[in-house]
Structures are given as C-alpha cells and as structure tokens.
Write a protein that binds this ligand. Structure first.
Ligand code: ZN
Length: 262
C-alpha cells in the first residue's frame, strides 16, 4: 500500500483515516466503522489510491453503504468510480460537480494520465443538513460556506466527540488557498471551533485536537500576507515552503498557482 492508515477510537466508535502519499496530495479518506457497515468520507484523487481505500475497507468485513463527497475539488472526487456506489453530498456540491466536474477531471487527467477518469462521477443522493441516526450512531450533517471552497460538507459524530472537518482544516500539510476566501474562512474557523469537538479529522494531515484551529488560522494569515507580497506563483510557492519547512503537500502549492495570480 502506498498510502497509510491511522485509526482512532472514541467512546467505542472507530474511524480509520487513509492518507494518500504525496502523489495523491496527502488527502484523507475517513472510514466511519459503524456496528454493521462502513461510511466513507471522500473518494481520493486517483483510482489507484481509491482502490487502496476499497481494499483496506474490505479487511474490516463490513459493507460500505455510503460514499460521501464533501466538495468538488479533484482530490476528494475523482477516485469515486473505484467505489461503485451512489454518491452522497450537499445539493450545492452536486450542482457544482454537474457544472465543472468533467472539466476538472479532464485537466487532472491531462497532467496525471489514465488513473484519473475522463469524467467526474455525480452526486445522486442529496444530503440535508441536520441529524440522522445510522446503525445506532448519531451523525450531524453541517454545510460549511465560503471557506476553502464555496460549499462543503462537515460531518459531526456528537456522541463520540469527533468532527470530520475535511478541508476546513489541514494539519501540517500545505493548504489550497486558491479560492482566496481568507476572511470568511477565518470566520468559519471561529464558528466551528466553538462547537468544542475534542477530535478533529482534517481533509489533509493527521487527526488532531483543538490546537488545529489556531494552527490553521496562523497558516491562513501567513499565506494571505505572502500572497499579497509575492510577485507570482513561483515566489509564493518558494516562500511558503521556506516558511513551513515541515509541511507535506507541496503539490497543493503547485496546483493553486494558476488560481492565485490570474
Ligand atoms: Zn483537499
């Protein structure tokens, strides 16, 4: 396996986090292990890494009954075909994928090759905000607006003190800031931090605790300043790598270059 799996357990519930290697942008797929079934959050970038998730899930001997895609970015969406399941997501995210998903797939396939499909899978099961009990476990679906992207799904497991933030938080991984929503993203960090969840599962990087809120805010402050003072994507990239030498995911800096200096 090229990726790695970390398992956390809180109040009797296990969540397995598959983290892709650098070639897969260090993106996380979380597998919520319920009593008799698995819920999977996000689908990976390439089919290869998605297939690793499927193979790991098979070792748990429970069926995957739900695949969520939290937002339309390629690293969370393009591996979806490997699961062969209907995709669950917010209505706004479904619309966005309908509009741009195939173009995003084509762009990434042009860079990476045929382990990226030539079209994006679509969301067919619309997730409503609110609470739902599945297999004895309470899930809360929350819409996140105007942070890393315009619309994204956050999933809380309130009985287990777990918040699956996906790309609201990154943990020691370079952050995609290409949508340039620094101010509203910081506001979202404040709002979600007051929910007081003890275990945070980010979209990139290891599971962490409440310290991630501050780290993320600091990274955004530095990124915004560096973006404003750099004269192009290359300088931005070079400075961010120098400022955060321990961070993984430099490919995310490469990916965002064309969005930062249009
Ligand atoms: Zn991501």
């Amino acid at each position: 396996m090229h990726g790695s799996v970390t398992t956390i357990q809180r109040n009797g519930l296990k969540v397995h986090t598959y983290a892709a290697p650098e070639a897969g942008w260090v993106v996380n797929t979380h597998i919520i292990e319920l009593a008799s079934q698995l819920l999977v959050v996000d689908a990976q970038y390439t089919l290869d890494f998605a297939e690793e998730v499927v193979a790991f899930a098979a070792t748990l001997n429970k069926p995957i009954t739900r695949l969520y895609v939290t937002h339309y970015h390629p690293d969370h969406l393009l591996g979806a075909a490997a699961f062969g399941l209907p995709i669950h997501g917010l209505a706004e995210v479904a619309r966005k994928i309908d509009q741009v998903g195939d173009r995003v797939a084509g762009e990434e396939r042009a860079k990476v090759g045929d382990r990226i499909p030539d079209h994006a899978e679509r969301i067919s099961e619309i997730v409503q905000e609110g609470e739902e009990r599945i297999d004895g476990t309470l899930l809360r679906h929350v819409a996140l607006r105007h942070a890393e992207t315009a619309d994204a799904l956050v999933i809380a497991l309130p009985e287990h003190d777990i918040l699956i933030t996906q790309d609201l938080l990154y943990h020691q991984v370079h952050v995609f800031v290409g949508e340039l929503a620094f101010e509203s993203w910081r506001a979202a960090l404040s709002t979600f931090s007051t929910l007081n969840f003890g275990t945070l599962l980010p979209g990139h990087g290891n599971p962490g605790d409440a310290a991630l809120w501050t780290h993320m805010r600091d990274y955004l402050d530095v990124a915004e300043r560096t973006w404003k003072t750099s004269d192009g994507a290359e300088a931005f990239h070079r400075q961010m790598v120098a400022l955060f030498p321990d961070h993984r995911g430099a490919r995310l800096l490469q990916h965002e270059g064309r969005f930062l200096y249009k």
